[in-house]
Design a protein around this ligand. Structure first.
Ligand code: UFG
Length: 325
């Protein structure tokens, strides 16, 4: 049955792709975004748009009283783990404070289905890998702490009957779809920075740390294609519609790659060399983050289909070169 979904942060990379996927399957979409990091250009045709912060209580209450919203997906938030360590207050105010304002406005409007963009950053250093959702949570970055705090808010709200939710713990979102690609200002993510360095558009890539307890000394991450992420949000809405109260679920591939392996894969895909220099660790980076994805498969019926590393890089490369995938 078609629903009306509020997509908070829908002018961003993953939010806009998910909004498009919702429209494609016949749902109605209203996007709210303050454009602090997003862009009007990526808002899909057919979506209603309100420029506002999710932390603006009056704006959220007004919006929810005027639109007949069934469910909300929240992508709105700052995402740079490194920046969160130098500017922690910014992350607590926006990621925790503003999201809580939105949640309270939703609860008051009786909109009680919420899908939250959480993160693998809630886990911190792995005690075992791949990490299941039961792995202890001990974030090593302020960013991860903010995601965990919102998960706690959601859990309390669910236990009081105020909200039903799915928290999706993304591992490393990457790739591109139909010309949409990561374009953060400033860019901090490995694959877009490495591609830009290969093209000579940026200085040499800095490899942050070569003394991690991993086979080649660089950090290992689990890269997941944005199109697979977008599909998972639709599945999360479906389980909420069928009565799920509370679900916390990893989204990854169960396959990890080191920074050096990503650089090699980029060189293979592009035929260019990636100029890079070895530098010291970036504060807040855990050595290895690799997901167990059994729960997503069993409960959401979700498996990644486009997340082979070379496919992710190829799509990102084509999008950065102006050719769509
Ligand atoms: N890296 C470099 N040089 C760079 C940028 C990154 O060596 O210029 C390294 C990082 O140290 C890390 C890896 O590449 O080991 C990936 O870094 P990203 O910045 O691309 O991504 P993060 O792993 O820091 O964070 C991302 C998301 C988070 C999420 C996390 C979970 O931004 O939201 O993945 O895996 F929590």
């Amino acid at each position: 049955m078609a629903r009306h979904v509020l997509v908070a942060g829908g002018a961003g990379f993953i939010g806009s792709l998910t909004a498009q996927a919702l429209l494609d399957r016949g749902d109605r979409v209203t996007i709210v975004d303050d454009l602090s990091t997003g862009s009007k250009d990526v808002i899909p045709q057919g979506a209603a748009f309100h420029e506002a912060s999710i932390g603006d209580e009056v704006a959220m209450t007004t919006l929810l009283s005027s639109a007949d919203i069934d469910a909300c997906i929240c992508f709105a938030g700052f995402i740079a783990a490194g920046e969160s360590m130098s500017d922690p207050g910014k992350y607590f105010v926006n990621n925790v404070g503003a999201t809580t304002v939105l949640l309270e406005a939703l609860a008051k409007a009786q909109v009680q289905q919420f899908v939250f963009s959480s993160s693998a950053a809630v886990y911190g250093e792995p005690l075992f890998t791949p990490m299941t959702e039961t792995h202890p949570t001990a974030p090593t970055s302020v960013y991860g702490e903010t995601k965990l705090m919102v998960e706690r808010v959601l859990s309390w709200m669910a236990s009081r009957g105020a909200m039903r939710y799915v928290a999706l713990r993304y591992f490393n979102a990457a790739g591109a779809l139909e010309g949409h690609r990561e374009a953060h200002q400033p860019e901090t993510h490995l694959i877009p920075l490495a591609l830009a360095a290969a093209k000579g558009e940026r200085p040499a890539l800095q490899v942050f740390g070569t003394d991690y307890p991993t086979p080649d000394g660089t950090c290992i991450r689990d890269y997941i294609h944005v199109s697979d992420l977008a599909r998972a949000h639709l599945a999360a809405l479906d389980v909420l519609a069928s009565g799920t109260t509370e679900l916390v679920c990893n989204l990854g591939t169960s396959q990890g790659y080191s920074v050096r392996e990503v650089i090699s894969a980029i060189e293979e895909v592009t035929g260019l060399s990636v100029p890079h220099e070895l530098t010291s660790r970036r504060p807040g980076d855990p050595a290895e983050l690799v997901a167990s994805c059994d729960l997503a498969r069993d409960v959401l019926g979700w498996v990644p289909t486009r997340s082979a590393l070379h496919d992710i890089i190829r799509d990102a490369w084509h999008a950065s070169s102006g050719t769509t995938n």
